[in-house]
Design a protein around this ligand. Structure first.
Ligand SMILES: [Ca+2]
Length: 90
């Protein structure tokens, strides 16, 4: 698969617009009661939240953004094929 094909696939549309994975994950994969930023092996507390109305619904361990609602957040299964938001060092 070419990188162009891969990018086109990850930007596929749904009724909720484009989806983007963040580094947000459940701190405890068994309870999913708290979400943190996972950067490498480190967990960082979330000092800012932008959950979509009714989220988190605790139906997944990973956090993605929904384009359709000003990039609000949703917890979902980590196995979905979405694009990722990455930080690139200078
Ligand atoms: Ca959810």
């Amino acid at each position: 698969m070419s990188s162009e094909t891969s990018v086109a696939g990850c930007f596929s549309m749904s009724p909720f617009g484009k989806f983007y994975w963040t580094a947000g994950k459940a701190a405890d994969p068994h309870s999913q009661s708290e979400f943190v930023w996972k950067v490498g092996a480190q967990d960082y507390p979330m000092a800012f939240y932008k959950w979509h109305v009714g989220e988190p619904s605790y139906d997944g361990q990973c956090v993605h953004m929904w384009e359709i609602d000003s990039y609000s957040w949703n917890d979902a299964s980590c196995t979905s094929d979405f694009c990722s938001v990455c930080e690139v060092g200078k």
